[in-house]
Design a protein around this ligand. Sequence first.
Ligand SMILES: [Zn+2]
Length: 306
Amino acid sequence: MTGRRVALKVDCDTLEGTREGVPRLLEMFAARGIRATFFFTLGPDRSGVAVKRVFTRKGFLRKMIRSRAPTLYGWRTMLYGTLLPAPMIGERCEDAMRAAGKAGHETGVHGWDHVGWHDRLDRMTAAEVAQEYGRAHAEYLRIFGVLARSSAAPGWNANALSLAAEEERSLLHTSDTRCGAPFFPKAGERLFHTLEIPTTLPTLDETLAWDNLRTDEDQRSFFRAAVRGIEVHTIHTEVEGRLKAGLFARILDDWRADGVGFVLLSQLAHEALAHRDDIPQREIARVRLPGRGGHVTTGWPDLAAG
Ligand SMILES: [Zn+2]
């Protein structure tokens, strides 16, 4: 197949994002005949804990101010897990999750405790990592009645232990990393055999913090030009499904006007695995990306460095 294509990877990180953002995105996609791949966080929403980062991380503070995160995410979300108890997203949002599946979209696991994962992954034991994924996959099975076939690490934070936990499950693919092309990850002197499909484009919640993209028109021009071949674009229900839904709809319409096609991550996985011997093996590393606080995992550190 030729032509430019985008796989939309929809990360659902919070209760509000899942309950309000998912239905809005389902409408937006239905109106345009687009299918996407949704990844659900299934355990506690402790987003409020992330507020503490405002005081400890320079990049996060800048992003909070520039992107007006409290407006983006909603004040309740900013307090979950601190002043308000952490609600369980799977229990509270199972209808919205099933609605995505019924509408013909693909679904997978985005983890159990999103905030806990990217704050603590590298201090977690193998048993703790396996327990996080185990809870998430069990809750997914309860809600959907089938095993998840794909998994996306919260905050694109993966390591040898998380890859090993994913390898235990019969996944078609993971989508844990940033930049590059589908590959088999190497970490801790081990080669993993679960296909990894990276997110290739910057995310809107990152580009909103870029100094050179000040207006919605700037954002549209950037994303319009950013699709060069086959791209994986991660969106967040909290952002594109809520306050930035209008801007995201225009980005989608720009792409459609340009003849960009939309594919599911599973289609990209099948296409790559049809030529399994050509799939590269890449050591994973951690990098920083412009507009994002903290580190992300990549198999292509040179590309990620820009
Ligand atoms: Zn996420």
